[in-house]
Design a binder for this molecule. Structure first.
Ligand SMILES: CC(C)(COP(=O)(O)OP(=O)(O)OC[C@H]1O[C@@H](n2cnc3c(N)ncnc32)[C@H](O)[C@@H]1OP(=O)(O)O)[C@@H](O)C(=O)NCCC(=O)NCCS
Length: 149
């Protein structure tokens, strides 16, 4: 796919649900797509559009992980690309856009609870595992991963 015809910009929490739901919470109620802090003005949501269709989303929350000492850390959550469009570079594009945006807002570190399946994606994007594996109910094994901006 040619990825030069895309647009990435800030979107609302509610707009993320149309990608979060099928990708991250399939067959589960829409309410499970709402994350604590989604509506805070310190939270930022981004969407990638191709021909006006929302294909990918990610969000950054001003949350602290106990294993990171930096002051301006943000948690990446809801990183998702619609299934048909995965593996074509779109996840990387939206993540890089979000990281650059957050860096301009003063963020110095990004961390996330990475599903085991997504660990190679985050490694490719220069995140490192900084925790033991742990289980999240309904989803499975995760690792905390982080990256200095
Ligand atoms: C994880 C996800 C967001 C990645 O987005 P994507 O558009 O599929 O990934 P990209 O095509 O941008 O991949 C970027 C790089 O990561 C690599 N990568 C992606 N998924 C990978 C995988 N499962 N294994 C190995 N490498 C992978 C790609 O090869 C690419 O590397 P390159 O730049 O050297 O070619 C997407 O696959 C997704 O929505 N998955 C399901 C939901 C999910 O697991 N979200 C994360 C929750 S923690």
């Amino acid at each position: 796919m040619k990825t030069n015809n895309y647009r990435i910009h800030e979107i609302s929490a509610e707009e993320t649900f149309q990608v979060r739901q099928p990708v991250l919470r399939p067959n589960r109620p829409l309410d499970t797509c709402k994350f604590d802090g989604d509506l805070l003005n310190t939270t930022f949501h981004f969407g990638l559009y191709l021909n006006e269709e929302l294909l990918g989303v990610c969000s950054f929350f001003n949350n602290t992980y106990s294993g990171i000492s930096s002051k301006n850390q943000y948690q990446l959550r809801g990183m998702a690309v619609l299934k048909t469009f995965q593996g074509q570079g779109l996840g990387k594009l939206i993540l890089q856009y979000g990281e650059n945006f957050m860096k301009e807002k003063g963020a110095d570190t990004i961390w996330c609870n990475a599903r085991q399946l997504a660990v190679p994606f985050y490694k490719k994007n220069n995140y490192a595992i900084i925790s033991e594996p742990f289980n999240i109910e309904h989803i499975g094994l995760h690792y905390v991963m982080s990256k200095s901006l």
